[in-house]
Design a protein around this ligand. Structure first.
Ligand SMILES: Nc1ncnc2c1ncn2[C@@H]1O[C@H](COP(=O)(O)OP(=O)(O)OP(=O)(O)O)[C@@H](O)[C@H]1O
Length: 420
């Protein structure tokens, strides 16, 4: 079930090409949940298949049954009827504690044990499974690196001494500790600020590209759903599936009036969330290291037509982006770190890139790979060009009477072929 294979499909969404899949298919077959003492089921007869290696985002109005559906997969909530399969296993009758050892679970704010260090939190399930100390320590280090935290700095910290975003990263590392094929995430990024949220989303996409788990994620945010989801499942009351499709398909062809209304007037802008930083041209940058001769760097930058450079660490992560005039003030490239440097991952959307520029009051943003190394820069002019193009396309699709072709009083567009 966890053998590596290559997905035969290349679904849209998080920008997939050929990739490793270690996840398992999740299948809900006629699943019903009726809570005791309620008149109507919270989830009525749900049939749903989440393909191995996909991220599936559950969205819909409050109370429609998203969380109930998610928690039935790991049996934190017991279905009233129906069967649930993970891979070939019918898990409906399995011991729930055992089942949960093979399903990662991430909740808002990470849900860490507050009095345990980061490494103790991550090693919790491996210890229950009887792994030896060395294997647990190696796995912890690997996972901290995977979620973008330095093991030497964070392994012994208590959750209270970390930011919300860092705690959430540890929450993801802990959920992946025993290498489960399935990861369930319940509003994982609901409690962090918007910039941290974008970083965590990009991190999840990078992790998913590396691991290929099957991930179900509940979110209130349609934009987040379209960014993360290979497929988005839009629920209405009673766990009724209004549409289950790739985000592009939902935006282009809403299946029901409910979906149309849910997606709403934000649909045009939501298209922006489907354009990724990696899909638009970004400019090359010249990188420099601390201690390099400023004259040398300036000469090279001039020869290549740059007016500024990016000072990077050994691993390629950026420290600062001084102009050539700033470089000139010192003999060697300084070790200054600019804490407000705007960066976006290649998997980020153009919306994210714009947010990042606006938050830093800059006309550009550095583009980084999954591990944070600088790959180039994106300017506001490039983003605006793409937005203009998309808005023009969206408008021409709307086939409405426009200012230019309106004929007085008729309410109809003028016939462009008739002479008047
Ligand atoms: N333990 C419970 N007992 C009775 N009813 C419940 C229980 N838990 C949830 N419900 C009801 O079941 C329905 C679905 O709840 P659920 O939490 O799955 O919705 P949701 O879509 O995740 O909502 P939200 O977005 O607000 O978190 C709601 O009407 C809710 O009030």
């Amino acid at each position: 079930m966890t053998a590596a294979s290559t997905s035969p499909n290349t679904p849209a969404g998080a920008g997939k090409t050929e990739r490793t899949v270690t996840g398992a298919t999740i299948r809900l077959d006629g699943v019903v949940k009726q809570y005791k003492g309620t008149d109507a089921p919270a989830v009525e007869k749900l049939d749903l298949q989440l393909d191995a290696g996909d991220i599936v985002a559950f969205v819909g109005p409050s109370g429609c049954g998203k969380t109930t559906t998610l928690k039935m997969i790991n049996r934190l909530i017991e279905p009233t009827q129906g069967r649930i399969y993970i891979g070939d296993r019918d898990v409906t009758g399995e011991n729930p504690d055992k089942l949960r050892q093979s399903i990662g679970y991430v909740i808002q704010s990470g849900g860490l044990f507050p009095h345990w260090s980061v490494s103790k939190n991550i090693g919790a399930l491996p210890r229950v499974l009887g792994w030896d100390k060395k294997k647990i320590a190696d796995r912890t280090e690997y996972l901290l690196d995977l979620v973008g935290l330095d093991a030497a700095t964070f392994a012994d910290r208590l959750p209270k001494d970390m930011s919300g975003g860092q705690q959430q990263r540890v929450g993801v590392a802990r959920a992946l500790a025993a290498d489960p094929p399935v990861l369930l995430m319940d509003e994982p990024f609901g409690a962090v600020d918007p910039i941290t949220r974008v970083r965590l989303q990009d991190s999840l996409i990078a992790i998913q590209h590396e691991l290929g788990k099957t991930i179900a994620i509940v979110t209130h945010d349609f934009e987040e759903a379209t960014k993360l989801g290979d497929k988005v499942c839009i629920f209405s009351e009673g766990g009724h599936v209004e549409q289950f499709a790739a985000p592009e398909e939902i935006l282009a062809n809403p299946a029901t009036p409910f979906v149309e209304e849910f997606v709403g007037s934000g649909a045009t802008l939501a298209h922006l969330t489907l354009s990724r930083v990696k899909d638009v041209n970004h400019n090359p940058v010249l990188t420099a290291r601390v201690g390099q001769s400023s004259t040398e760097v300036i000469n090279q930058a001039r020869a290549e037509g740059h007016t500024w450079v990016v000072v990077v660490n050994e691993d390629g992560t950026p420290r600062a982006w001084p102009s050539l005039d700033e470089l000139k003030t010192k003999d060697a490239v300084s070790d200054y770190v600019d804490r407000r440097l705007p960066t976006v991952a290649q998997s980020a959307t153009l919306n994210d890139a714009l947010d990042s520029m606006l938050a830093a009051s800059q006309g550009g943003v550095l583009v980084t790979d999954g591990r944070g190394a600088v790959k180039g820069a994106l300017t506001i002019a490039v983003v605006m060009d793409v937005i203009r193009g998309q808005l023009a396309d969206a408008r021409s699709d709307e086939a409405q009477t426009s200012y230019a072709n309106y004929q007085d009083g008729s309410g109809e567009p003028a016939d462009p072929t008739s002479a008047s």
